[in-house]
Design a protein. Structure first.
Length: 708
């Protein structure tokens, strides 16, 4: 079928030429209806052009249809036809530069199309022979003889594996293709029985299905099956089992058509592995982990455990030594985790970045998870030697063990993740065990943080005021403004519930402005009513506010807009805030102090407690911290050193021209001792609890009446 004319500028013509040359004269012996010199050339040219188009687009479906055309149009049934064609296509597509995996898939689809078309012809011929009209026996016998002759040629010479067994399971006939596929000669396979072809990787139920065909329950069945090659390796096939009946309809033989799909299966397994494993560490990825977790949670009586592991300070190591060292560190860490998780059915997965999780699908008690977490912690005390660097990387672990009936996969993983962050918050290099009550508190905190912006907009924050009294006569001289949140669902919340959220969430400046405005407006009303006897209004100020370049102008604007007398406003800052108030913030405080606004250092004694810097700050008031006052609660708790420290602070403050206020005074003994130490003012539950502004006005009015 060769022709001399080549068309180098047309790749499909080159492919068709090579194809025809490879098939050679062998085609002429087995083609029934093809004129090789004319129709054959057109067919191969058409097939070649279609195959190259399919290779460009990756259209395996089109390749399968071309394979069917090759089998149907020409009835190529020669022993070497399909194998020779596969060889030509593989070599040519590689030479033309097509991707190996795409070419393999394309050739597999072409071969599959050929096999399916050939199989259809074979089964059609069987059906035709089996349903011949008995009334036309003489004519039918002639046709049957011709069909059997053709089937014999097909059976013997076909490129697809074909085998025949009787009802006892004895192999009575196989063709060359089937025998070669398994490393035998046909005569050698006649010594075998079907049962000798059982393979340990055969899919469940396959042999029950075969038995059903033998019993006549099914006429056809298709399944993937593994065969053991004579040299020991496994050959994966797609087999089509058919039942051949006698003229009375009784089962007589089983016919199998066998297609080698080993390469396709390898490709499928590689793709499946990539879909379920992390490419760097080889661990299970998120997809496979969730499959395993979902499976574990389908058993309601099971107790499912997780250890959520995060590498401490991995980012610092990765940024310092480079990504290649970081990748190797992740790989080594994964290996250590696998060595620790040696229990049955334990699964180690990489969740992403430097986070891993160990799944224990059947745990009897929480202690098992705690022991596993400790094993992991111990393993990571050993440094990693990578690229000449000795790296010490610890881990933080969240431990949880829950009944599958009481949780869901998503809830379980989220709880483990949150617990791991508890371990980080508590200091890293440790494990934390899931605590439902802590989880509820954190959920509430998260909800409060989300609600803060809206609460500020809706005006849900209000102020209570705690009187500050003169210790000498216990007359109110000032009030401290204490912010409250009127939450629509949780009721009134104290500052301890939301101040740190406001600071961490970036809302403290807005909240501080709201508090300052409300306090100054109320202070102005008291000034209007009580004149010189109006109390000083003390407002707490955060470090973030003082550091804000616009804070000074904002305070001045609020004072101007509300009309409060500057000397009736006091701003309280903690020691920590003062220590960071350098440069512009310190200048802002000095400017406010020069304008008449009083400045107080709050909780003195809990921070640096450096008495020397009291003289360097624009201060008016020192507020003694609660722990100092608590130690003199009664005669049994007081110590000489405590009194000496208080006496020293009070005396030094007075020497610097500062007044002293004691916080958290709760007993008469405390009040008396402070008065004896010449402390100026005090506040606490012994005198007054925080109250609404209206009650402060009543309290001030009563005090003025009593003194008159």
């Amino acid at each position: 079928m060769a022709w001399d004319g080549r068309e180098p500028d047309r790749p499909h013509a080159d492919l068709a030429h090579r194809w025809a040359s490879a098939l050679g004269g062998g085609i002429q012996e087995h083609v029934e209806t093809l004129n090789l010199l004319h129709e054959g050339r057109r067919l191969l040219m058409s097939l070649s052009e279609g195959l190259l188009e399919a290779a460009e687009s990756g259209n395996t479906e089109a390749a399968g249809e071309l394979g069917a055309q090759f089998a149907q149009a020409a009835h190529f049934i020669g022993e070497e036809m399909l194998g020779t064609t596969t060889t030509v296509l593989t070599a040519t597509l590689a030479e033309f530069g097509y991707d190996h995996q795409r070419s393999a898939a394309l050739i597999g689809a072409f071969t599959g199309g050929y096999v399916r078309a050939f199989r259809a012809c074979l089964l059609a011929d069987q059906e035709s022979a089996r349903t011949a009209d008995i009334t036309a026996r003489t004519s039918a016998e002639g046709r049957l003889h011709a069909s059997e002759a053709r089937l014999r040629a097909v059976f013997t010479q076909a490129g697809i594996g074909t085998g025949l067994a009787d009802m006892s399971g004895r192999i009575v006939e196989v063709n060359k293709a089937f025998a070669t596929m398994l490393g035998y000669e046909p005569e050698q396979m006649y010594e075998l029985e079907v049962a000798d072809l059982i393979h340990p990787d055969d899919p469940p139920g396959m042999w029950e299905l075969y038995a059903g065909v033998v019993r006549g329950e099914y006429d056809h069945a298709q399944v993937e099956k593994a065969y053991s090659h004579r040299d020991g390796h496994t050959v994966w096939t797609n087999i089509n089992m058919s039942l051949v009946r006698d003229e009375h309809g009784n089962p007589q033989y089983t016919l199998v058509l066998v297609e080698d799909i080993s390469e396709q299966r390898k490709l499928r397994e590689r793709l499946s592995y990539r879909a379920h494993h992390d490419p760097l560490t080889g661990l299970a990825n998120r997809s496979r982990f969730f499959d395993a977790l979902n499976e574990a949670c389908t058993h309601p009586d099971a107790r499912v455990g997780l250890c959520y592991v995060d590498l401490d300070h991995f980012k610092a190591a990765n940024d310092t030594f480079g990504h290649s060292i970081g990748d190797e560190l992740l790989t080594r860490a994964a290996a250590r985790l696998c060595a620790c998780a040696g229990g049955e059915n334990h699964l180690v997965a990489r969740m992403g970045g430097d986070e891993f999780v160990i799944l224990v699908p059947r745990t009897r008690r929480r202690r098992e998870l705690v022991d596993l977490a400790r094993t992991v912690l111990d393993a990571f005390t050993v440094p990693f030697d990578i690229g000449g660097h000795r790296l010490r990387i610890g881990v933080s672990i969240g431990v949880i063990s829950e009944s599958a009936a009481d949780t869901s996969p998503e809830e379980l993983l989220q709880a483990a993740d949150s617990t791991m962050y508890w371990a980080k918050t508590d200091g890293r290099g440790r494990y934390a065990v899931y605590d439902p009550s802590r989880r509820r508190r954190e959920h509430t905190r998260a909800e409060l943080l989300a609600d803060l912006p809206g609460a500020l907009t809706r005006g849900e924050f209000f102020l209570d005021y705690q009187p500050i009294v003169d210790l000498a006569d216990q007359r109110p001289v000032a009030v401290e403004a204490l912010v409250r949140w009127q939450h629509p669902e949780l009721g009134v919340l104290s500052p301890a519930r939301f101040i740190d959220l406001a600071e961490g969430g970036g809302h403290i400046i807005t909240l501080g402005t709201v508090v300052l405005e409300q306090a100054c407006r109320e202070g102005r009303r008291w000034c209007d009513r009580f004149g010189a006897d109006a109390p000083v209004v003390s407002v707490n100020v955060s470090a973030e506010e003082v550091a804000d370049p616009a804070w000074l102008e904002r305070v001045q604007q609020v004072v101007a807009e509300t009309g409060i007398a500057p000397d009736r406003l006091q701003l309280e800052l903690t020691e920590r805030t003062f220590m960071h108030a350098l440069g512009r913030p310190l200048q802002a405080l000095q400017t406010l102090a020069d304008s008449g606004i009083r400045i107080a250092i709050d909780d003195f004694g809990t921070g640096y407690s450096n008495l020397a810097y009291l003289s360097q700050l624009p201060l008016h008031v020192v507020k003694l911290a609660g722990p100092f006052i608590h130690r003199i609660r009664n005669a049994d708790t007081i110590g000489r050193s405590d009194l000496l420290i208080l006496e020293t602070i009070i005396a030094l403050s007075h020497d610097l021209g500062l007044s002293v206020t004691a916080e958290c005074v709760e007993t008469r003994h405390q009040a008396d001792r402070l008065l004896a130490l010449h402390c100026d003012n005090a506040q606490g539950w012994y005198f007054h609890h925080p109250v609404h502004a209206l009650l402060i006005a009543d309290l001030l009015g009563n005090a003025l009446t009593a003194s008159a």
